[in-house]
Design a binder for this molecule. Structure first.
Ligand code: SF4
Ligand code: SF4
Length: 98
């Protein structure tokens, strides 16, 4: 596991609403992928701390991009946008390693 404040800052620069997460868990309760391993609340917590571990790397690819989390979040956090950005970081890292 790596905790990287610079990654946290990169994500927040891209999607500033992430910092508004207060861990209510509504996103997890509405996400259609929760039964398949997604835990949106935990994902937002880890990303808010700059944690990109194996679980985060795997979990971001479970998202369908349906937007239900964003629609139901009390702070309208753009979760799909956060996830898309982390995916792009992961793809860039995979390409770099080739
Ligand atoms: S619904 Fe919004 S505030 Fe609640 S845990 Fe999810 S992202 Fe955070
Ligand atoms: S956009 Fe992704 S994280 Fe949000 S509810 Fe849909 S599948 Fe879950």
């Amino acid at each position: 596991m790596s905790i990287d404040p610079s990654i946290r800052q990169e994500i927040i620069n891209y999607e500033p609403t992430l910092t508004l997460c207060f861990q209510c868990g509504t996103c997890t309760s509405v996400c259609p992928m929760t039964d398949y391993g997604m835990n949106t609340r935990l994902l937002m917590k880890k990303l808010n701390l700059g944690i990109i571990d194996d679980w985060v790397r795997k979990t971001v690819w479970l998202c369908l991009g349906c937007g239900l989390c964003r629609e139901n979040c009390p702070n309208k956090i753009n979760i799909p946008s956060v996830i898309r950005f982390v995916r792009s970081l992961e793809l860039a890292e995979i390409r770099r390693r080739r």
